[in-house]
Design a protein around this ligand. Structure first.
Ligand SMILES: [Mg+2]
Length: 371
């Protein structure tokens, strides 16, 4: 089998709001083969830039677009092709969006491999540790504690046993922060797990102060209290804070995750398959396992990434919980013809060959941005 084309499809809502919600647009990767098998991936980054990285013509041996590096290659050689993309983009890659574009390609290659071999992707990674994963409802804070508590109630009523709230306007003022957490905890009761995503709002000192203040709300983890570059700060809060510290969604390389674990000493590692790729994610999960660190996903985009997350979480021993965006945009909600569904707070790991999610061509057509 040979790769015949690699395309980046840029989908976008008619209006993009200025908030930290990456489900408002999407970059879907489509890889075609001469065996009539199509693979699908996606990238949570700047879609326009990712598309350019796929399309770019070759400049020289160390500066190539991804399509140029992949057409004519065997899509089943996922590890070799990761190395080929890494070396063929070395002058402008190695970190950031080039790696993220490679991650989306990698998901599509794994989708092809599963379809070609007739197996769900998790069977081809490590094989299964679990057939379903407990999901948590991942929410943004609303403008008031009351409106936020309503979202918490919706999650509880939908059968979730864990819920997370994150980002603005949380973190600005300790009294307001307590009012938010108080309202959520009152709504969900004592049995549901509650996670907090701070969205880099604090330094280490503020994090430790707030963590003490938040003790009555029984937080399951505090996510990204610090800027992702503040590894020394992460080391301090991970050592001093009673509540587990989670981070990782900005990292996209094995090296980056290694630093976060070795220097930052975080308690929970969050891997986004659409920014890391399954090939690298397996290495990261095994490194985490060897340090006794549990792995969860970060996912705030379409069901392609949700499915990739499920295959990752199914096939590593140290996984225990899946992020599921409680309010996906219309693109994320409607893209898959066979969406991942959450039943009684759990998601079934897809058993269909490949990633197990097929995009609806009509939805792609509806939101596609044409050059
Ligand atoms: Mg987060």
């Amino acid at each position: 089998m040979k790769i015949t084309n690699v395309e980046g499809l840029y989908l976008r809502l008619p209006e993009i709001q200025a908030r930290t919600d990456s489900s408002q647009d999407a970059l879907i990767v489509r890889i075609s083969t001469d065996a009539a098998i199509t693979g699908w991936g996606e990238v949570d980054a700047s879609p326009h830039v990712v598309k350019a990285i796929i399309d770019a013509p070759p400049s020289h041996t160390l500066v190539n677009g991804l399509r140029h590096l992949l057409v004519g290659e065997d899509p089943l050689d996922t590890d070799r092709l990761w190395g080929r993309m890494y070396e063929g983009t070395l002058y402008y890659g190695r970190e950031g969006v080039v790696i993220q574009a490679m991650a989306g390609v990698d998901l599509a290659l794994w989708d092809i491999k599963g379809k070609a071999l007739g197996e769900p992707v998790y069977k081809l990674l490590n094989g299964g540790y679990r057939t379903s994963v407990r999901a948590y409802a991942s929410n943004m804070f609303q403008s008031t504690p009351g409106a936020t508590a309503e979202r918490a109630r919706a999650a509880r009523d939908a059968g979730y046993t864990a819920v997370k709230f994150g980002w603005e306007p949380f973190g600005e003022d300790p009294e307001q922060d307590c009012a938010f957490l108080e309202a959520i905890r009152r709504e969900i009761g004592e049995d549901m797990e509650l996670m907090l995503d701070v969205g880099h709002a604090w330094d280490a000192h503020t994090t430790l102060e707030r963590a003490r203040l938040f003790e009555p709300y029984d937080l399951f983890w505090i996510e990204e209290p610090l800027h992702p570059d503040d590894l020394d700060g992460y080391a301090v809060v991970s050592r001093e804070c009673e509540i587990p510290i989670a981070a990782g969604e900005e990292e996209c390389t094995v090296t980056g995750f290694n630093r976060l674990m070795e220097i930052g000493r975080v308690d929970v590692v969050q891997v986004d398959p659409s920014r890391v790729g399954l090939t690298q994610a397996m290495t990261i999960a095994m490194l985490a396992q060897s340090s006794g660190i549990p792995v969860v996903n970060h996912t705030f985009t379409t069901d392609i990434n949700v499915a990739a997350s499920l295959h990752l979480l199914a096939s590593v021993p140290n996984a225990f919980l899946m992020e599921y965006c409680a309010e996906p945009s219309e693109i994320s909600r409607s893209l898959a013809r066979n969406p991942i569904v959450i039943v009684d707070g759990h998601a079934r790991v897809p058993e269909e060959p490949g990633l197990g999610v097929e995009p609806d061509p009509a939805v792609i057509e509806k939101y596609l941005v044409r050059p």
